[in-house]
Design a binder for this molecule. Structure first.
Ligand SMILES: [Zn+2]
Length: 273
């Protein structure tokens, strides 16, 4: 195969050089445009495999050159291209969607094979990308979540309904592995139910802050058995009164027994009102 036969000349010329097309005999000149197009199309159809093989070989042999030439072209026509893409946006999207639909199985097979073959490489690249774009991605995700909140909630409910048994098992495993987090979650839920102001409170943080001491009696508590006491109780003591917050400034470590005593005392006081 000589280099000439592989040149990237316009199609009729290239076909002529191959020596099989009407172009080689000069007939092309006597043809109308439509006839010419038909002839080229017919030639392409009958030599499809050959042409494709040649083109692929050419692309392979001139990979760098072609890439450089493409890049240069894109660079030189950037503004023009931007305008074109904007004007034909819908059209281009429709064409791409149609193409994707027509080649769906093929596309999936190809991309799956590519992914399998380049798995490790892709993971490294993805991690690097996530690291560099961390802030931007987080902001984007937050905005997206906000815009799709209702949709997401519906989706979660539907997912839970269809995966109920699995989700229950997963939650149980999680509770067992993270008892402190589960308690944080329950405390927050209780506070929300009472309509209190709520912030994310971690038992681990409170325990460390209070150095494991009961704020009611001042003695150390059992790290595996202590209560998170709300200094001002969550429930309002008087009708129409304001309950306490579920926040760091309104919680403290306490013995279960001290917590219970305080509770009894407060409700006892309440009975006096
Ligand atoms: Zn105590």
């Amino acid at each position: 195969m000589t280099k000439q036969t592989l040149s990237v000349a316009p199609v009729p010329f290239r076909l002529g050089v191959l020596g099989h097309s009407p172009a080689a005999t000069g007939e092309v000149l006597a043809m109308t445009k439509a006839e010419q197009a038909a002839s080229v199309a017919a030639y392409y159809q009958s030599h499809k495999t050959q042409i494709k093989t040649q083109r692929a070989a050419h692309r392979k042999a001139h990979k760098t050159e072609i890439a450089a030439s493409k890049a240069a072209w894109y660079k030189a026509h950037r503004a023009e291209r931007a305008v074109y893409l904007k004007v034909h946006k819908a059209e281009i999207a429709a064409r791409a969607a149609a193409w994707y639909k027509a080649h769906k199985d093929e596309n999936i097979t190809r991309s799956t094979a590519y992914y399998e073959a380049h798995k490790a490489e892709i993971a490294v690249r993805r991690r690097a990308y996530l690291k560099i774009n961390k802030v931007r991605i987080a902001a984007y995700g937050k905005a997206w979540y906000k815009a799709h909140k209702i949709q997401m909630a519906k989706w979660h409910v539907a997912y839970y309904e269809t995966h109920r048994a699995k989700e229950i098992a997963r939650a149980a495993t999680y509770r067992k592995a993270h008892p402190d987090k589960y308690r944080d979650h329950c405390a927050k839920r209780r506070a929300l139910k009472r309509g209190a102001f709520v912030e994310r409170v971690s038992r681990v943080v409170v325990f460390e802050r209070d150095q494991g001491r009961c704020h009611l009696c001042g003695k150390k508590v059992d790290p595996n058995n202590w209560h998170l006491d709300h200094i001002i109780p969550l429930s309002p003591l008087t009708p129409g009164g304001k309950g306490g917050e579920h926040s760091y400034r309104n919680v403290a470590v306490s013995h279960p027994i001290c917590n219970q005593r305080k509770h009894n005392k407060l409700t006892g006081q309440l009975r006096l009102f």
